[in-house]
Design a protein around this ligand. Structure first.
Ligand SMILES: Cc1ncc(COP(=O)(O)O)c(C=O)c1O
Length: 488
C-alpha cells in the first residue's frame, strides 16, 4: 500500500513535541493579534485541497502560538489541566482508527468498559457490569444522570416520562446548592424540569450544603404537592473546591426516595489525597456520579464520565434501538448508545486508558497529593501575607482568596485583577464571586507547578494591582478580561 502519511505524521509529532517542550519558556497566555484573529476566523474555504505539509505549517505558525494557556505550570484558571503525555501520544491513533464507539465487537467499546471500571475503582464508587459510560464532559454526564433520575421517578409513580412528556404531572423538583455547578441548572432546563423547580439550598460557612435546610425544603415541597426527585451534591465545587456532606445528603435522599447525584467532575479524585477520605464519606452511596477524566487526570479535552449504580435505569431512560442497529450479538449490556443520547461516539477510551495506565494508581495519588498540597501552601502564604485574605477552607486543589491591600474598593479591584494578571503573561488566574464578594481562585492541576510558582502568582497579583491603581488599564489589559469563559 502506498504510504501517504509517514512523513507528515512524523512532522506533526515533531511540532507537538516542540510545542510541549517550550511551553514553560513562553507567556502563559497572550492575546491573539488582530491580523491573526482575522485570518483564523475569516478565511475562505479553499476551492482546491491543500497539501498536508502546508496545513501543518499553518498550524505551527498560526495556531499553536496562541494557546489557551492550560499547558503551562503557572496556569491556575478555571478547571483546565495540561494534557497527560500518554493522552497526547494516542490521540492520533484514535483518529487513525476512527471508530464509532456506539457499540459492537471492536476494540473501542471493550476498552471503554475497562476505562470506566478503573475510574469507578479509583474513587470507590460501586461498579456493576455496564455501570457507566464516557461522555464529552461532565455537562453531558449530568444530562444522562438527571434524565435517568427523571425517568426512574416517573416509572416509580406509574407513568413514563419518555412517552408522555412532563405536562399534567406534579412538577419534579431537584435540589442543588448555590455553589452547585451551572451544568446542573442547564441539565434541568434541557430536560424540561424548569429552573423554577431547581431549589437552591443554602450553604454553611465552608460553602457546603446546609443539610438541615435541604430537609426542610424537601418536606415543604412534599406538603405542597410537588414531586421532589433528586438531590445533587458536589464533591469539589468549582468556586472553592468544597465537598458537601455527602453522607448526610445520602440520608435525606434515602428518607425521601430521592435520586442522589454527585457532581465530582473536578473533585471526585480528591478522595485519593492523604487524609481526604472522611470528607468524601457517602460518595459511594450515590445513585450517579459525574467525573471528568479531562480535568484532574489530564486526559486530553473531550472526556467526561457518568457512573451509575444501576445501569439498567440509564438504559430505561435512553434505549431506543431502530431496526438498522439491532445487534443480536450485543450481549446482556447492549450498546453504549443505549445509555445516553449520543449515537456515533468517539474513541474516548483510548486516551483515558492510556493516561490511567501511564500514571497508575500511585501516579494519580501523587498528582492529587502534589496539587492539593500546592493549594494548602498557597492558602498558608495568603494567611501569612498581610495583604491577601483567604476566603474558604482548602479541601481539594483550589484556593479561594482575594487581594486586600486596603480596606475598601476590594470588589472592583479583585474583579479587575484576573484580566490584568493574564495580560502580563506570567501567570493565569480567574475570578469568581464567593459569599457575595469578588474573589480570586487558583486551581492546581499541573504536575510541574512548584512552590516557587505560587510566590510568582502572588507577586504578579500585586504588580497587576499596582498597574490598575495607576489607571494604566490599557497596559494591564482591562479590555481583554477573561472571566467565566473557560471550562469551569
Ligand atoms: C464542578 C464542575 N462540575 C461540572 C463541570 C462541567 O464539566 P464539563 O465542562 O466537562 O462539561 C465543571 C467544569 O469545570 C466543574 O468544574
Amino acid at each position: 500500500m502506498p504510504d501517504p502519511y509517514s512523513a507528515d505524521l512524523a512532522a506533526a509529532a515533531a511540532i507537538a513535541a516542540e510545542h510541549l517542550a517550550g511551553l514553560g519558556e513562553r507567556p502563559v497566555w497572550r492575546p491573539v493579534p488582530e491580523a491573526e484573529r482575522a485570518w483564523l476566523s475569516g478565511q475562505e474555504l479553499p476551492e482546491r485541497g491543500r497539501p498536508l505539509g502546508e496545513l501543518l505549517e499553518d498550524a505551527r505558525t498560526r495556531v499553536l502560538p496562541y494557546p489557551m494557556g492550560n499547558g503551562h505550570p503557572r496556569f491556575f484558571g478555571w478547571v483546565n489541566s495540561p494534557p497527560n503525555p500518554a493522552g497526547v501520544l494516542v490521540e492520533p491513533l484514535a483518529a487513525a482508527l476512527n471508530p464509532s464507539c456506539a457499540g459492537g465487537d471492536h476494540a473501542g467499546p471493550h476498552l471503554e468498559r475497562a476505562a470506566v471500571r478503573w475510574l469507578a475503582e479509583l474513587v470507590g464508587f460501586p461498579h456493576p457490569p455496564g455501570g457507566g459510560l464516557l461522555t464529552s464532559g461532565a455537562s453531558m454526564a449530568t444530562v444522562i444522570c438527571l434524565a435517568t433520575a427523571r425517568q426512574r421517578a416517573a416509572l416509580a409513580d406509574g407513568w413514563d416520562a419518555r412517552e408522555e412528556g412532563l405536562s399534567g404531572r406534579p412538577p419534579m423538583v431537584m435540589y442543588v446548592t448555590e455553589e452547585g455547578h451551572s451544568c446542573l441548572h442547564k441539565a434541568a432546563q434541557l430536560l424540561g424540569l424548569g429552573s423554577r423547580q431547581v431549589r437552591v439550598v443554602p450553604v454553611d460557612g465552608a460553602y457546603r450544603m446546609d443539610v438541615g435546610a435541604l430537609r426542610a425544603m424537601v418536606e415543604e415541597d412534599l406538603r405542597t404537592g410537588l414531586r421532589p426527585f433528586c438531590v445533587a451534591g458536589s464533591a469539589g465545587t468549582v468556586n472553592s473546591g468544597a465537598v458537601d456532606p455527602l453522607g448526610e445528603i445520602a440520608d435525606v435522599a434515602a428518607e425521601h426516595g430521592l435520586w442522589f447525584h454527585v457532581d465530582g467532575a473536578y473533585g471526585a479524585l480528591g478522595v485519593l489525597a492523604d487524609g481526604a477520605a472522611p470528607h468524601y464519606a457517602g460518595l459511594e452511596r450515590a445513585d450517579s456520579l459525574a467525573l471528568d477524566p479531562h480535568k484532574w487526570l489530564g486526559v486530553p479535552v473531550g472526556c467526561g464520565c457518568a457512573l451509575l449504580r444501576d445501569p439498567g435505569a440509564a438504559r430505561a431512560a435512553f434505549s431506543l434501538v431502530p431496526s438498522y442497529l439491532i445487534d443480536d450479538n450485543a450481549g446482556d449490556l447492549g450498546w453504549f448508545s443505549e445509555y445516553g443520547p449520543e449515537q456515533t461516539r468517539p474513541f474516548r477510551a483510548l486516551k483515558t486508558w492510556a493516561t490511567l495506565s501511564h500514571l497508575g494508581r500511585s501516579g494519580v495519588e501523587r498528582l492529587v497529593n502534589h496539587t492539593t498540597g500546592l493549594a494548602r501552601t498557597l492558602a498558608a502564604m495568603v494567611e501569612e501575607s498581610g495583604d491577601f485574605e483567604l476566603l474558604a477552607p482548602v479541601t481539594t486543589s483550589i484556593t479561594a482568596f482575594r487581594y486586600r491591600p486596603r480596606p475598601t474598593g476590594l470588589d472592583a479591584l479583585n474583579r479587575a485583577i484576573p484580566g490584568a494578571v493574564q495580560a502580563r503573561g506570567n501567570a493565569f488566574i480567574t475570578g469568581t464571586r464567593l459569599g457575595g464578594r469578588d474573589a480570586l481562585r487558583a486551581c492546581f492541576l499541573h504536575p510541574d507547578t512548584t512552590e516557587r510558582d505560587l510566590a510568582v502568582l502572588l507577586e504578579e497579583i500585586r504588580l497587576a494591582a499596582k498597574t490598575l491603581q495607576r489607571g494604566d488599564a490599557a497596559k494591564a489589559g482591562e479590555p481583554r478580561v477573561r472571566r467565566g469563559r473557560g471550562s469551569a
